[in-house]
Design a protein around this ligand. Structure first.
Ligand code: LLP
Length: 425
């Protein structure tokens, strides 16, 4: 359920006409619906209402500060994976005591920043990282709350690039080594061992893999408590999928119903890290047709958004529905929707049945709220798109379109290069 809908042959978002919005703000343009964000957060959060829980939104899915600010206001915590995400989460007003920090390559500087901020816990991905966190906490005179991230070796039945809990993944600590790593953690002097973490992948549309992971975790919780650790937090990660096309993922309440009995028995605060399920269908990318181009082999709709704006189709072969903002008469035929980037991999859709949308008209690429703008780049020196938040008939620009000056910021004057020797230490 989202708040993008058709009325009078045009596409609207919460009472805002998207053709008019594209005219006012330019394209490519990311548009997010406030009502959809609110609804999706509430649906997910209340699905766990029966037990002590904290919903830590995965900042990587959409890290716009306005989006984070709304979620923080609704009581969300945040799951961050870098110093930059921590900075955004705190800037947006998140209570640091609701922030969890995952990622296989936390640097000493990032660890220190998180310790100073006073986050809820680090989700630790190796023994080496655990030792680094202990050293950094010691040097700052602080204690570090930690959970160990278990790699449960479960196939989440999703695209291989976004499966994170397979045996060969870089993430987490192998289940077979987790107890010895907890033992090591309990011996380190500057750590508080408070939790356990697991995240098996993303865009998961079946409950089975989650149930399997939660059962493995529950088993480990008992064993780790047996070592004397006071595990208060069980973080089951994110990963619940959404419908891009024909998928039928479980609704949050059906998803939680399958795992709540096991989670309840653990007598811990359950942390979840949903990203896509909150923001994915709350956003669309609006792009304008530049040309229609026919070759003897194919028809192309050349639009002003490229793989730098939305990389999911190029990177994962992902499907995003594409609809004209104004209903277009005439027969549909198969065409590739492509961007202006100089790569054959630059496409938003392949062989898509669409009507003959004329140059100058716009289309909406739907379900683009998660991993859309967040993964965008300046490739081909293209300024990144603007982002707009719509709420009940009005809108607010929550990120300005980048300018050419933004593109060269920090590069200095091309003809006045200054060369310096690094400090020899
Ligand atoms: N927690 C951790 C530790 C994660 O690594 C992720 C996603 C999440 C939570 C949130 O997962 P979600 O609920 O959004 O599925 N760029 C890819 C998705 C990569 C996901 C990476 N980790 C895509 O566009 O499909």
């Amino acid at each position: 359920m989202n708040h993008f809908h058709e009325r009078d042959d045009e596409l609207w978002c919460e009472g805002v006409n998207l053709r008019a919005l594209a005219g006012a703000c330019g394209t490519p343009l990311y548009v997010y619906s406030h009502a959809t964000l609110e609804r999706h957060f509430a649906a997910f959060d209340t699905a766990f209402a029966g037990i002590p829980h904290l919903t830590c939104y995965a900042v990587k899915a959409n890290s716009n500060i306005a989006v984070l600010g709304l979620l923080a206001g609704w009581g969300a915590g945040m799951d961050v994976v870098s110093g930059g995400e921590l900075f955004r989460a705190v800037r947006a007003g998140t209570d640091p005591k609701k922030i969890v920090y995952a990622g296989v390559g936390k640097t000493e500087r990032e660890i220190a920043e998180a310790l100073r901020a006073g986050i809820l816990m680090f989700n630790v991905e190796s023994l080496e990282e655990l030792e680094q966190i202990d050293r950094t906490a010691g040097s700052l005179g602080l204690r570090a709350p930690v959970a160990l991230r278990v790699n449960p070796a479960i196939d989440p039945l999703t695209h291989k690039y976004i499966a994170t809990g397979l045996k060969e993944s870089k993430f987490g600590i192998e289940a077979g080594r987790i107890l010895e790593t907890y033992r090591a953690a309990l011996k380190l002097g500057h750590l508080d061992v408070v939790g356990i973490h697991c995240h098996i992948g993303s865009q998961i549309t079946q409950v089975g893999p989650f149930r399997e992971a939660v059962e493995k975790i529950a088993d480990l919780v008992r064993q780790v408590r047996g070592l004397g650790a006071d595990l208060r937090y069980v973080d089951i990660g994110g990963g619940l999928g959404i419908s891009y096309n024909q998928e039928e993922p479980p609704e949050p309440k059906h998803f939680s119903a399958e795992i709540l009995p096991v989670l309840k028995s653990l007598e811990a605060t359950i942390i979840t890290e949903p990203g896509r399920v909150i923001v994915g269908n709350a956003g669309a990318l609006i792009t304008r047709v530049i040309y229609r181009k026919d070759t003897s082999a194919k028809s192309f709709l050349v639009v002003d958004a490229g793989m730098n704006d939305l990389i999911r189709p190029s990177l994962y072969g992902s499907f995003h529905r594409i609809v004209p903002l104004t209903r277009t008469a005439g027969a549909h035929r198969a065409m590739d929707v492509v961007g202006p980037i100089c790569e054959s991999g630059d496409f938003l859709a392949k062989d898509r049945e669409l009507p003959a949308v004329p140059p100058g008209a716009c289309v909406a690429v739907l379900s683009a709220g998660a991993y859309g703008f967040a993964m965008s780049s300046n490739y081909n020196s293209r300024p990144r798109a603007a982002e707009v938040l719509v709420r009940e008939g009005s809108y607010s620009v929550i990120r300005e379109r980048e300018s050419y000056e933004d593109l060269v910021r920090g590069e200095g004057d091309a003809v006045a290069l200054v060369f310096r020797a690094p400090d020899a230490r």
